[in-house]
Design a protein around this ligand. Structure first.
Ligand SMILES: Cc1cc2nc3c(=O)[nH]c(=O)nc-3n(C[C@H](O)[C@H](O)[C@H](O)COP(=O)(O)OP(=O)(O)OC[C@H]3O[C@@H](n4cnc5c(N)ncnc54)[C@H](O)[C@@H]3O)c2cc1C
Length: 403
């Protein structure tokens, strides 16, 4: 009896299997993944795991979880097509996985430099445990690293490398760090902290080539202005692209992610999509939003499980993100670049503070540095008015700082 097939066994896929069992789904659950290892936490790859000598992966669930919950985990199996007429998925080695309902949780992969820029494949990328293994040995020997991309992952790698005493250069095409995920003020604060540790940054820099110079045994990154950065290793972290080929070829609607309704349903009534590969319809904004973070995918997994089992949908939660960059722990939620005014709680000099982003006096975003408890409290206040928040927290906001 074909039950539920989940393609992709990472944060979102495993969360979906767990949520289905918690919701008392009794049918078969098959969880298929291309990776050959037990499903593991991805965030440590650019944090602790990168600095330690002997990395042992932090598993999402112990192996017994899958057997105890009758979840048929199929590792090392790449799905190459989905037959929506006969409801089955086909793996590269010819196995048919029938389904009654299909959940696509196939995630994303790093955006790569085009071959004309890095013809010999010199640059490293970091998404999987295999990527980490490939990168660790050369990184351990390196005295310098060039990181292309000043987003969250690039800055996390930079923080680890700085802590290990490497000379670190971040090459960023934009004019500031982490533009998509944190506000200008937080980006400025984090930049200062890293500059104090010796970071070098090139803003507005376009990479035109990445090469290895055999005679000097170094990598060379050439920039559009003719400048060169030499380093022992080059790491690229310029964003991720969703795995959407399977969905597109199955005739589903796809546009920067697999498009799904408020309850995760694709344009095919038997197929759902969750996590990094999916773009969810947001009725408040009247557009599709694709998140790339652990928490949103887990929330979506619960919504889809409820929908399949026929339970009431859990309330929609705003996506939450985090990033650990050495001693700086950033948490954020809401529309960080949509605020017209910011208020700061506690002094940034103390190393632990919160930035509240308001739009027309309404809280639209929360960002905290080393203040996890305050984050939890403030996150639930998104949508509330400034005055109301001041009363609840019993604080007086400092004079508004308008953008
Ligand atoms: C280095 C790094 C650091 C990060 N740090 C943070 C952080 O601090 N906080 C945070 O919130 N988020 C972080 N993220 C993002 C977070 O890891 C992702 O949002 C999360 O992994 C998404 O989970 P997912 O299950 O949707 O997709 P993925 O984790 O991408 O998993 C998809 C899985 O599906 C498999 N797959 C794909 N196609 C097929 C197929 N055709 N057949 C079989 N299997 C297939 C893939 O091999 C993969 O195992 C980080 C990501 C990286 C790479």
């Amino acid at each position: 009896m074909p039950g539920i097939l989940i393609i992709g066994a990472s944060h979102s896929g495993v969360a979906a299997a767990a949520a289905l069992r918690s919701a008392k789904y009794e049918g078969d659950i098959t969880l298929v993944t291309e990776e050959t290892v037990l499903p593991y936490h991805r965030p440590p790859l650019s944090k602790d795991a990168l600095s330690k000598d002997g990395y042992s992966p932090t598993l999402l669930r112990p192996e017994s979880f899958y057997t105890n919950n009758r979840i048929d985990l199929r590792q090392g199996s790449k799905i190459v097509s989905v037959n929506t007429a006969e409801n089955y998925a086909l793996s590269a080695d010819g196995v048919r996985f029938p389904y009654e309902r299909l959940i696509l949780a196939c995630g994303a992969e790093p955006r790569r430099l085009p071959p004309q820029i890095d013809p010999d494949g010199v640059a490293h990328y970091l998404r999987t445990q295999d990527d980490l293994t490939t990168m660790k040995a050369p990184l351990a020997k390196a005295k310098s690293v060039a990181i292309i991309g000043g987003g969250l992952i690039g800055m996390e790698i930079a923080a680890v490398a700085l802590a290990q005493g490497l000379q670190v250069t971040v090459i960023e095409a934009g004019q500031r760090l982490m533009e998509r995920t944190v506000s200008k003020s937080i980006a400025g604060y984090v930049l200062d902290r890293h500059l104090n540790k010796g970071l070098e940054v090139r803003f507005g820099a376009m990479v035109t080539s990445v090469m290895h110079d055999d005679s000097r045994n170094i990598d060379i990154v050439t920039l559009g202005d003719g400048g060169e950065i030499v380093a022992d290793i080059v790491v690229v972290a310029i964003g991720a692209t969703p795995h959407e080929t399977l969905a597109r070829e199955a005739g589903l609607n796809v546009e920067n992610g697999i498009l799904v309704s408020e309850c995760g349903l694709t344009s095919n009534p038997a197929i759902f999509a969750i996590g990094d590969c999916s773009a969810w319809y947001d009725p408040d904004l009247d557009r599709y939003i694709r998140n790339e973070a652990v928490n949103p995918g887990q929330d979506q997994a619960k919504i889809v499980a409820s929908k399949i089992v026929g339970l009431e949908m859990p309330p929609r939660r705003l996506p939450r993100y985090w990033s650990h960059q050495a001693a700086i722990q950033i948490q954020m939620s809401g529309d960080v670049n949509g605020a017209d005014m910011e208020a700061v709680l506690n002094a940034p000099a103390s190393g632990a503070f919160s930035v509240l982003g308001f739009n027309s006096d309404c809280l639209v975003a929360v960002q905290t540095i080393n203040a996890p408890q305050q984050f939890g409290k403030l996150h639930d206040m998104i949508g509330m008015k400034r005055e109301e928040i001041a009363t609840v927290l019993d604080v007086e906001f400092p004079p508004p700082h308008h953008h």
